[in-house]
Design a protein. Structure first.
Lengths: 190, 155
């Protein structure tokens, strides 16, 4: 019988609070990919993303005793991770890698839409420009775009993760995309 | 117009384009949005531009690191947790030993009849200053850091 995800997390956290480190290991293995890719979006560097996502788990483990079992684990963990990433970004903005180094083109989507080679070339150029422009955005603007477009979270999931209403998610997303669009003006002036 | 649209779409709020771009509309909301777009050329242009941006960002994904990274992820995290605990225990031990050593040093300096009074005062002042500095830094880190209402603001 499959245990629902939330209950599963609560059971693991309870066992972890009783001193069972292996239970924390299961939580880490469950969320490590989501944590890593979110951190990568926020700091733009693989090594830093790996290190920061692990460091956030270390801090979460240290504070697990204070964690209220009715909360969502990843939402709580995410607050630790984003603070670490924002601090890192403030100090190491220039260490962000170009998208060609860390990015992977979603071939399935491109095949599905049956685009022409000319359009693909234009999109490739735009992809590089988008990433560069994203690196110039404010951290919270980058964050909302990463959560929506790279992590593919729904508005509801973003609202839960950022602990804000859906209306705020929409307005933040609008502001962030508007800022991004302005930096990419040359692609939109046709 | 649905209640959700009425709540969020105050004039001229273009943020309502977002759920259209992200396909987060109900069919009813979508029909309402299309009517708005048909009546407002500026809104249509904005929508098309955001669509174009979304077409690009939705194909942008990050490369997955090699499998070994995932295989060793928890072990590396566990090592960090273990080392952190090691450092904490080591630091506690070091603080106890250093404090005891300083206490003994001060005790022997005070008891030494050959050492001049001014030297004793100098050593005592250095140690007292050091203690004040350490306590001040620790207090700032622990107490002020926790209650600082501006800690999330970038300085």
């Amino acid at each position: 019988m499959k245990i629902p995800e939330e209950n599963d997390d609560r059971a693991l956290i309870r066992r972890c609070q009783q001193g069972e480190t292996a239970s924390f290991g299961r939580l880490v293995e469950k969320y490590m990919k989501r944590a890593y890719f979110t951190a990568l979006g926020l700091v733009g560097n693989q090594e830093a993303a790996l290190d920061l996502s692990q460091e956030a788990f270390v801090r979460a483990y240290r504070s697990i005793g204070k964690f209220a079992a009715d909360r969502n684990f990843f939402t709580w963990y995410y607050q630790i991770l984003r603070n670490l990433c924002f601090n890192y970004w403030r100090d190491h903005k220039r260490h962000a890698c170009p998208f060609s180094e860390i990015g992977d083109i979603d071939l399935e989507t491109i095949v599905d839409t049956g685009q022409s080679s000319e359009k693909l070339a234009e999109q490739n150029e735009m992809r590089q420009a988008v990433w560069q422009a994203m690196n110039e955005l404010k951290p919270h603007e980058r964050e909302i775009i990463i959560l929506k477009d790279f992590q593919e979270l729904s508005y509801q999931q973003i609202a839960e993760t950022l602990n804000c209403p859906i209306g705020t998610v929409m307005s933040r997303l609008f502001t962030a995309r508007q800022a991004l669009k302005q930096k990419l003006e040359r692609f939109f002036n046709d | 117009m649905t209640d959700r649209q009425k709540n969020h779409m105050s004039e001229p709020s273009y943020q309502w384009i977002m759920p259209a771009v992200d396909q987060e509309f109900t069919p009813e909301e979508w029909n309402n949005f299309i009517q708005l777009v048909n009546a407002d050329a500026k809104l249509r242009k904005e929508w098309e531009q955001f669509q174009k941006l979304k077409e690009v960002t939705r194909t942008m994904k990050f490369k997955s690191p090699p499998k070994e990274v995932w295989d060793t992820y928890w072990m590396n995290t566990y090592n960090k947790i273990e080392r952190r605990i090691g450092w904490i225990i080591f630091s506690i031990g070091a603080i106890i030993l250093i404090t005891y050593g300083l206490f003994k040093a001060v005790e022997s300096i005070i008891a030494d009849p050959q050492l001049q009074g001014i030297v004793k005062i100098g050593i005592f002042a250095v140690l007292l200053g050091l203690v004040i500095l350490v306590v001040s830094v620790i207090r700032e880190k622990i107490f002020i850091g926790r209650s600082d209402p501006y800690k999330k603001i970038q300085r």
